[in-house]
Design a protein around this ligand. Structure first.
Ligand SMILES: Nc1ncnc2c1ncn2[C@@H]1O[C@H](COP(=O)(O)OP(=O)(O)O)[C@@H](O)[C@H]1O
Ligand SMILES: [Mg+2]
Length: 396
């Protein structure tokens, strides 16, 4: 076991692409750290630098108490698991799992014992004599994990190991990998582009964008206190609603003005975010999570803040309903929201006409129907605020 420390790490590829920029990351001994971000943000590059598969352009990398910048991959005491498993097709499961140990010249009895133990841990015992071609995707994935764990490394490095599995299996394997890591307590750096995977598996989650680390925190903290618009837009499903609003001072209170309504900034929010006062008379991005919009017909103790819109879509998920509301309010269009958006053109068109689609996750008893105009209660105590220029959350 070992801590992994990245200090001011940079990667500039020979074609001048600056893939990792001043990356500082302290991965605690025994921790499950997830690196998440959109495709091309530098996740694999960062992981491959830790593994020793890419040169470090500048900065210091420590594993345990050693600086390993110039150490060959085989001397770093790491094991890597890739998306494509990289199993040897002509070898049996047992031989695949044993391969690295054999290469290291371990005694036969020890190899057998370790392979048996790994197979037991990963429920692979019935398949030890099969070839990878005879296995399901999930079984192949477990063999790849087995190859990593028999080596008992100080650090596991995993690059999108579940991406090739179908959705249901992926959810099951998340739990398998997370439990395995918790049992072994081996420091793990896990790369994924899937924010749900990141949030469900990581002790902490590091969000990368364009080679830069935006925030690293426990999943709940990332969700409840996103430091930045990109993190806010990227983490959470359905995504946080992000609106471009005017902020007006009215006596000693602040009001966020949308065409679809006015939202008073609650005193507790203003106390926690005194920096908002500097934006009075200007514009901010207000963020509202879908679950912080309620149907006032259900339950009673709701505040006065409302947002009005026409129901465009009603998605019943059983336990809850997602209502898609067309509202007169400008969506926030910034570099961050554009990057997080599924459909940039749609976002820009909506901004032009001053209309947004706001998603509300409401109680399954809601009677709101498609085509109806409804007013939903906004839990403004839970609202987020961001600077539209810098994308930074507004606090002090
Ligand atoms: N071998 C390479 N040579 C030049 N550029 C590269 C190379 N590998 C990756 N890149 C670039 O570095 C950036 C980060 O890539 P990568 O680490 O693969 O991202 P991710 O794993 O997050 O999708 C991208 O812009 C990519 O095009
Ligand atoms: Mg990658």
């Amino acid at each position: 076991m070992a801590a992994v420390v990245l200090e001011q790490l940079n990667k500039i590829y020979p074609n001048s692409s600056h893939a990792i920029i001043d990356l500082d990351l302290d991965i605690i001994d025994g921790e499950f750290l997830v690196l998440v971000g959109p495709s091309g943000c530098g996740k694999s590059t960062a992981l491959r630098m830790i593994a020793g598969l890419e040169d470090i352009s500048s900065g210091v990398l420590r594993i345990g108490d050693r600086v390993v910048n110039d150490l060959a991959p085989k001397d770093r005491d790491i094991a890597m698991v890739f998306q494509n498993y990289a199993l040897y097709p002509h070898m049996t499961v047992a031989q695949n799992i044993a391969f690295a140990l054999k290469l290291a010249g371990r005694p036969k009895a020890e190899i057998n014992e370790r392979v048996q133990h790994a197979a037991q841990t990963l429920q692979l015992e019935p398949w030890l004599d099969r070839k990878p071609g005879q296995l399901s995707g999930g079984q192949r994935q477990r063999v790849a994990m087995g190859r990593a764990i028999v080596r008992d490394p100080a650090v596991f490095l995993m690059d999108e190991p579940l991406s090739n599995l179908d959705a249901k299996l992926r959810v099951q394997m998340r739990a398998v990998v997370a439990r395995l890591q918790r049992d072994l307590k081996t420091t793990t750096v896990y790369v994924t582009h899937d924010q749900v995977e990141a949030m469900t598996m990581g002790d902490r989650v590091a969000v990368l964008r364009d080679g830069r680390l935006l925030q690293v925190d426990a999943p709940e903290t990332l969700y409840e206190r996103p430091a930045d618009l990109f993190v806010a837009a990227f983490i959470g499903s359905p995504a946080m609603n992000l609106l471009d609003v005017g902020l007006e001072q009215n006596g000693d209170q602040l009001e966020a003005v949308l065409n679809a309504g006015r939202l008073i900034v609650p005193p507790a929010v203003l106390a926690a975010r005194p920096g908002l006062l500097a934006y009075a008379g200007g514009r901010v991005v207000v963020g509202i999570r879908p679950e912080h919009l309620h149907d006032p017909a259900i339950g009673s103790d709701h505040g006065p803040a409302r947002i009005r819109g026409v129901v465009e879509l009603r998605e019943s998920l059983g336990a809850v309903i997602d209502l898609h509301l067309r509202v007169h309010a400008k969506p926030a269009v910034t570099t961050e929201t554009r990057q997080a958006a599924g459909d940039i053109e749609l976002l820009e068109r909506q901004a032009q006409v001053g209309e947004s689609v706001v998603v509300a996750t409401v109680d399954s008893r809601s009677k709101a129907r498609v085509g109806e105009t409804v007013e939903l209660v906004v839990d403004t105590e839970r609202a987020h605020f961001f600077d539209p220029e810098t994308g930074q959350a507004i606090w002090d």
